[in-house]
Design a protein around this ligand. Structure first.
Ligand SMILES: Cc1cc2nc3c(=O)[nH]c(=O)nc-3n(C[C@H](O)[C@H](O)[C@H](O)COP(=O)(O)O)c2cc1C
Ligand code: SF4
Length: 501
């Protein structure tokens, strides 16, 4: 009998450690493998037992359930892989998450790990770029910029030192994909960063994350030590004679420190203030040297691209959105969790079928996609397929693929006010449209709430100024949630809703 219990921070928050103690008491010396999360957060703590017929699941499990589960008195949910939420996924980036012991390098290799790095070591930098471009991978941190092109800029730059910086700040509301990978499959991120280093001739990498992620920090640090001891990192990567090493750096946790130039300042020990671009970080990044800044998911997707080939990866998806995207379904939703799927699934299917509708049981009113700077989509936009261009065409963005669900009790004027307030609090202060505009935005929304209908025009003008005049997307995109809420729910802003044509 093999027993597996999730050790992800979400599982811990939901009581997994008390379950672990109950298992120890009941099982004595029978080992329990602590794994990352399968991503079905509503079933955490998730317990799996394999009695030779595959892994069966129980969840959410309470400590008091353990004796009855072991005695066979509580039926399982069936085989974990057959739970519809998992069975409907295409797991490429998250292929090992929740399955292996995150810190067991042998298990990592047995499940396809390091195959990508080994293959990459046989390719030239140019061939690696070709592979990346052919995969169609675009940055999963927010902007959707083609990863291969970014790497090529760094590869072609001349410098005594280049860097790979992994953006693990993960500040978007309702997102946890980066954390899940770092806690559940850290070697995958290490492998992706090592491939990026080999490709661009960068020999040093940093994972920049926040202090709110203590478990991810601990797991990543231990995994880096293990990888170094096994010769995956260090002066002679897998005996190739090529060097790549990395470390984890922890920021205090400010939303703007996820913006790449602000992040680089923070990484250099300075205040997290946005830098004007150009110069691009790819040319003058960390300590003024050429630097790849990529999101965790972008980098953690690199190993599977090199393991299975660019064509295999690019075969999934829709239009210019190739491969898979780990959608994080959160907020007022029945089945919250991480759902990795090929681009193309409709928003409505993700929210209503996969997510199961709201946790409150009330109708879904709207979803916010792409973090605090993302637009609100009402039900009329639920046909939109998950794809960068498709969302853009509807006035939205995918961002880091967080979907936060609201039921019909949501106060949309209040949410618009929250967006402005968030911007005011998190603004780095460098440019006026954001620093002052967000404060004026809160005041204007308060006027609208008090019944001043004329203030709506002031709000839309202000949003235009913020969009056009802000230095970075914090000020520049805050108008998205504000204007989309106004457009979809004008009556909540004291406006008359136009009849649909
Ligand atoms: C205010 C703000 C916050 C951001 N936060 C994050 C973040 O937490 N994680 C992230 O990967 N990218 C974040 N980004 C996007 C980064 O600036 C950058 O585009 C990204 O790290 C590039 O990696 P990618 O190409 O792999 O997506 C943020 C951008 C802005 C403007
Ligand atoms: S938009 Fe806001 S966060 Fe971005 S540079 Fe300007 S003040 Fe700073």
């Amino acid at each position: 009998m093999k027993v597996y219990l999730s050790q992800d921070a979400a599982a811990k928050a939901l009581g997994s450690e008390a379950v672990a103690a109950a298992l120890k008491e009941a099982l004595g010396d029978t080992p329990v493998t602590r794994v990352g999360s399968r991503g079905m957060v509503w079933l955490e703590p998730l317990l799996e037992i394999d009695r030779g017929q595959g892994r069966e699941a129980w969840g959410p499990v309470a400590p008091g359930d353990i004796p009855a589960i072991l005695a066979g008195d509580i039926p399982s949910l069936g085989l974990t892989e057959e739970i519809p939420f998992l069975a409907k996924q295409t797991r490429l980036t998250f292929q090992r998450c929740g399955i292996i012991d995150p810190l067991d390098l042998a298990q990592y290799e047995a499940h396809g790990g390091l195959a990508g790095l080994r293959r990459a070591l046989g390719l030239s930098g140019e061939q690696m770029i070709d592979e990346m471009k052919a995969s169609g991978l675009r940055g999963r941190g927010g902007a959707g910029f083609p990863t291969g092109i970014k790497w090529d800029t760094v590869r072609m730059a001349h410098a005594d030192q280049k860097y790979i910086v992994c953006n693990a700040d993960e500040g978007d509301s309702g997102t946890f994909a980066d954390r899940m990978i770092m806690e559940g499959d850290p070697f995958c991120l290490i492998e992706g960063m090592a491939i990026a280093g080999l490709c661009t001739s960068a020999t040093q990498g940093y994972v920049y994350t926040r202090s709110e992620y203590p478990d991810a920090v601990a797991v990543m640090r231990r995994a880096i030590e293990l990888a170094r001891a096994a010769g995956v990192l260090g002066g002679d990567v897998l005996g190739s004679g090529r060097a790549f090493d990395m470390e984890v750096r922890v920021g205090a946790g400010a939303y703007v420190c996820g913006e790449e130039t602000s992040l680089l300042n923070s990484l250099e020990g300075k205040r997290g203030v946005v830098r004007a671009k150009p110069p691009l970080p790819a040319l003058e990044g960390f300590l003024g040297r050429p630097t790849v800044v990529n999101n965790v998911i972008s980098l953690a997707t690199v190993p599977v691209i090199f393991e299975k080939g660019a064509a295999y990866y690019a075969d999934f998806g829709l239009g210019r959105s190739r491969g898979t995207i780990p959608v994080q379904i959160a907020g007022n939703v029945k089945h919250g969790g991480l759902f990795e799927t090929a681009f193309g699934m409709s928003l409505g299917e993700l929210v209503e079928e996969i997510g199961g509708g709201t946790a409150s049981g009330r109708p879904v009113k709207a979803v916010q996609i792409g973090g605090p700077l993302g637009a609100y989509f009402g039900r009329e936009k639920f046909d939109t397929p998950f794809g960068y261009e498709e969302f853009d065409g509807q006035g939205g963005l995918i961002g880091h693929a967080g979907v936060v669900v609201f039921d019909d009790s949501a106060d949309m004027l209040g949410m618009a006010r929250f967006a402005m307030e968030f911007c005011a609090v998190e603004s780095c202060g460098k440019c006026t449209p954001c620093r002052i505009g967000a404060v004026r935005g809160v005041e204007t929304l308060d006027r609208i709430k008090a019944g001043d209908g004329a203030a709506v025009e002031v709000l839309t003008d202000l949003c235009e100024v913020m969009k056009d005049g802000s230095l970075c997307a914090l000020g520049g995109f805050t108008p998205y949630p504000v204007l989309s809420a106004l457009e979809a729910f004008p009556e909540e802003f004291g406006q008359v809703k136009e009849a649909a044509e």
